[in-house]
Design a protein around this ligand. Structure first.
Ligand code: TXA
Ligand code: MG
Length: 568
């Protein structure tokens, strides 16, 4: 497996890594002692836990913890979970311990639940990533427990992967990532859970789930009915939003391929795949679906078995890298129970790219038409929407593109019109064609009958490309949205209008024409009443940029609400 470039050039002193076999804490007693001794001396040792393998160091030894960050290439402000073998020890690590802690620990410890509380002075800043809180957990894994007990110190242990690659769920994953970078790796069984622990904070005004894991929201609500789920669990952090948990803001579990989560039936998935055959294409599907899917597949457990999916997921993501996959489509998991953790990790691996399919395998996406009178400022609104994160498809650019040199549409035009409409260079002579169709209704209709289907296809392709990149919606900027009939394919329509005198002035300035010509253009357009009747949103642009920004902000949040409600 090739390493990401930035990590390859990091200065890490290479060393021999000791492999310590521990499968049974009783039988392998001597090896437990060896791992514990190394940890007490300030060494880094990868150890198994029930969730994922962790890269452990003495949590109270700032110098040792600092080396964890170096070995993993981990950002320094990302705090590390402290692992204990006894809930009683938490008094040494946290202060102002709330009653909820005892309820949670009583019910879920030892196990895959990490609890964030106010930190005691004893915990070095390195371990806490500079925060005044500390995250603690007591693993249920017998080997982990025996090592912590024997070491006699709490162990800081993030997942034992290189930062940015999937967490390790087998000893071999640790060896692949960390050989030569750490003192020792404990070779043991595969992890039974497969995704990292659930993280809940008790240091905020209300208990909040920060990272979903094998302890599910339903289970937590039984103990803490007021618990909230942080919105970053199923979405992105807003720009400039402070991360309650620093791990939220980093791109995680990212295979090198471009990954998308795909919703829809298996049949729709197969049709979708069969239209996208290419080298490097892989599908990740549920067990026993692979025979049906027309491309190389990896499976990640049974469809109705989220715990199995959790166990398989990271191995599958690593395997995709080994196979040099370039494009990966993953059958969407259910988000019930542990499924929420599976979805949360996949969503990050996919860079938030989700695709919804219709029954026939075509992509479901929301199309927002943007139109308006000439000179009203449609182009400005289109730019402002694009600045607010909307994908924008420009119908004018699409229509221009279909008549570019070498495109089939141009061939059809050449076949139907006199030779002089194509220049010696093989390009469309727009002026010559204009002269022919300008005064001849029949010829104009002929031209339109050739060109319109191509434009329609070009626009559909552009919209699909936006959906394929993960957009739930795309804005179709089309001056003749209604005239061309494209309004019928839109879920929502925005019209930009402006007072007549303002439009007149803008057209004359923009196109360098006189008042009479500008008036005649305005006259040939749909009326203000038409737009207000047929559009869902009206933007009135009276030439005040600030006011326009305000209207577009409002529009943007209403569109986002609409998209959130209608995307599935
Ligand atoms: O299952 C697990 O939790 C594994 C095994 C080894 O125990 N460990 C693990 O650690 O996943 P790591 O470092 O990869 O993830 C720790 C997560 C990060 O998202 C981090 O930001 C968050 O816990 N975290 C740690 N301390 C925190 C704190 N004081 N406040 C908020 N979030 C914290
Ligand atoms: Mg990690």
């Amino acid at each position: 497996m090739t390493r990401p470039k930035s990590l390859r050039c990091r200065k890490i002193r290479m060393q021999k890594t000791e492999i310590i076999d521990i499968y049974d804490p009783e039988r392998d007693r001597e090896n437990i002692k060896r791992a514990a001794e190394l940890l007490r001396q300030g060494a880094l040792v990868a150890i198994p836990t029930e969730t994922v393998y962790g890269l452990a160091a003495n949590a109270l030894d700032a110098a040792a913890v600092k080396r964890i960050f170096e070995a993993k290439g981990r950002p320094r402000d990302n705090p590390i979970i402290v692992h204990v073998a006894d809930p009683g020890y938490v008094k040494e690590l946290a202060r102002d311990i709330p009653g909820e802690f005892y309820e949670l620990a009583g019910r879920f410890w030892p196990g895959p639940l990490t609890i964030v509380m106010k930190a005691s002075e004893k915990v070095p800043l390195q371990t806490r990533g500079g925060l005044d809180t500390v995250a603690v957990r007591m693993p249920s894994d017998k080997v982990a427990n025996a090592i912590i007990k024997e070491a006699g110190v709490p162990l800081a242990a993030p997942s034992a992967n290189l930062s940015g690659s999937p967490s390790p769920t087998t000893a071999q994953h640790c060896i692949d990532d960390l050989s030569g970078r750490v003192e020792a790796i404990v070779r043991s069984h595969d992890c039974t859970v497969g995704v990292e622990s659930t993280v809940i904070t008790l240091a905020e005004p209300v208990p909040m789930l920060l990272r979903p894991g094998a302890v599910t929201p339903d289970q937590l609500w039984e103990v803490l009915p007021a618990m909230k789920i942080h919105h970053a669990v199923t979405g992105r952090l807003e720009e400039n939003e402070k991360a309650v948990s620093p791990g939220m803001k980093y791109r995680h579990y990212a295979p090198k391929a471009s990954v998308a989560i795909v919703y829809g039936s298996l049949d729709a998935f197969c049709r979708f795949i069969s239209e996208r055959q290419r080298e490097g294409l892989y599908a990740v599907v549920f067990d026993s679906e692979e025979e049906k899917v027309p491309c190389p597949c990896l499976t990640y457990g049974e469809k109705d078995h989220p715990a199995q999916q959790a166990k398989e997921l990271f191995s599958v993501l690593r395997r995709l890298d080994e196979l040099c996959a370039e494009q990966v489509f993953v059958r969407a998991p259910e988000t019930r129970g542990v499924g929420l953790a599976v979805y949360n990790r996949l969503l990050r691996a996919a860079g938030f790219n989700e695709i919804y399919l219709e029954g026939d395998g075509s992509m479901k996406g929301i199309v927002i038409g943007l139109t308006g009178q000439t000179g009203a400022g449609k182009t400005t609104v289109s730019r402002m929407l694009s600045e607010r994160g909307f994908a924008v498809v420009d119908a004018d650019i699409c229509s221009h593109r279909v008549t570019e040199k070498g495109r089939p549409c141009l061939k059809d035009i050449a076949g139907a019109f006199p030779e002089n409409v194509i220049t010696a260079q093989g390009e469309l002579d727009r002026a010559a064609l204009g002269t022919i169709v300008f005064n001849d209704m029949e010829k104009k209709k002929l031209l339109e009958s050739i060109i319109f289907p191509y434009i329609e296809k070009e626009i559909a392709d552009e919209l699909n490309a936006a959906f394929l990149r993960g957009a739930d919606a795309a804005v179709l900027d089309a001056p003749t949205l209604f005239e061309s009939g494209a309004d019928k394919n839109c879920n929502r329509i925005i019209a930009v209008t402006a007072p007549k005198d303002i439009r007149l002035k803008r057209i004359m300035e923009r196109d360098g024409i006189g008042e009479a010509e500008a008036l005649s253009r305005i006259g040939s357009q749909l009326s203000e009443e038409f737009y207000s009747e047929h559009a869902d949103y009206i933007i009135e642009n009276a030439s005040d940029e600030k006011e326009l920004e305000r209207q577009v902000d409002m529009l943007s949040s209403r569109l986002k609400e609409y998209i959130a409600e209608n995307r599935r």
